[in-house]
Unconditional design. Structure first.
Length: 273
């Protein structure tokens, strides 16, 4: 399957127009993380390198066709001294499949604090998902074969009072990645869509649903590397009316809170004809 370099690769067609080619995939619709990651790469290409991504907010509007290229149109909403903003629309066959706003910041000085990382089993003590996946889920390991994903067993998840649907996942890219910090940010945008909606299913094991990402927001808080272990501490505070709200905090192994994610997804009972 495609490497992360291939999954995020885009070509510049015009000053603010980019195209991402179709990549090898087993999925019937384009993986949302790839669309978001490429949209972010497109925005990055239009911003002065002294700015760093600090947030993005995206909506998945239509299923993408993984066998077709996607064109990304970037709008330069604002260029300020400390912040700049871009809006990106992903198009297939003339229709928008994704829209995203991304904000960039040069960085300032101010007060600092962060939550404490939960105490969990270290990734070295957990099995690689590629060795434990059930036969009907092995396709997922082939699709994301370049990722090392290790889920903390539910009986070992660090639980907080009042949290009804927690999930904790260690992950890293298996191969060394370029040193460019922005590449790691775009890689995390790609990865952040993986496993998160699954936290909404923890309290409903075995219940059949039709699932899809609806919207996705991220905040990038501190530097990190996506080819080193990151803990995705996830939960789903609410589900109803065929939708689930999910959220996650992402920590590096040293206990630094590097990113936060909120997503709403479709988890509806399958419709029968």
């Amino acid at each position: 399957m495609a490497t992360i370099e291939e999954a995020l690769e885009i070509e510049r067609l015009e000053r603010d127009i980019f195209r991402g080619a179709a990549t090898e995939s087993q999925l019937t619709r384009t993986f949302g993380g790839q669309v978001a990651g490429r949209a972010l790469v497109s925005a990055v290409r239009t911003v002065d390198p002294t700015f760093q991504v600090h947030s993005l907010h995206g909506y998945f509007l239509r299923p993408g066709n993984p066998e077709e290229p996607t064109v990304y149109l970037v709008e330069r909403i604002r260029d300020g001294r400390s912040f700049c903003t871009r809006r990106v629309t992903g198009l297939q066959d003339g229709q928008a499949i994704f829209t995203m706003s991304a904000s960039f910041h040069r960085g300032d000085e101010g007060p600092e604090h962060q939550d404490v990382m939960p105490v969990v089993e270290p990734p070295d003590d957990l099995p690689d998902a590629a060795t434990t996946m059930s036969p009907e889920r092995l396709w997922a390991m082939r699709e994301w074969e370049h990722w090392d994903i290790r889920t903390v067993p539910q009986d070992q998840v660090a639980r907080r009072e009042g949290t009804v649907s927690p999930q904790q996942v260690w992950f890293r890219y298996r191969h060394p990645l370029p040193d460019d910090p922005m590449f790691h940010v775009c890689t995390l945008a790609y990865m952040s869509d993986m496993t998160l909606l699954g936290s909404s299913k923890v309290t409903h094991p075995g219940e059949p649903t039709q699932d899809a990402s609806l919207d996705h927001a991220m905040w990038f808080l501190r530097p990190f590397r996506a080819d080193e272990w990151l803990l995705y501490d996830q939960s789903s505070p609410s589900a109803g009316f065929g939708r689930a709200l999910t959220g996650g905090k992402i920590w590096d192994r040293a206990g630094n809170l590097v990113a936060a994610v909120v997503q709403e997804g479709l988890i509806r009972t399958p419709r029968h004809k």
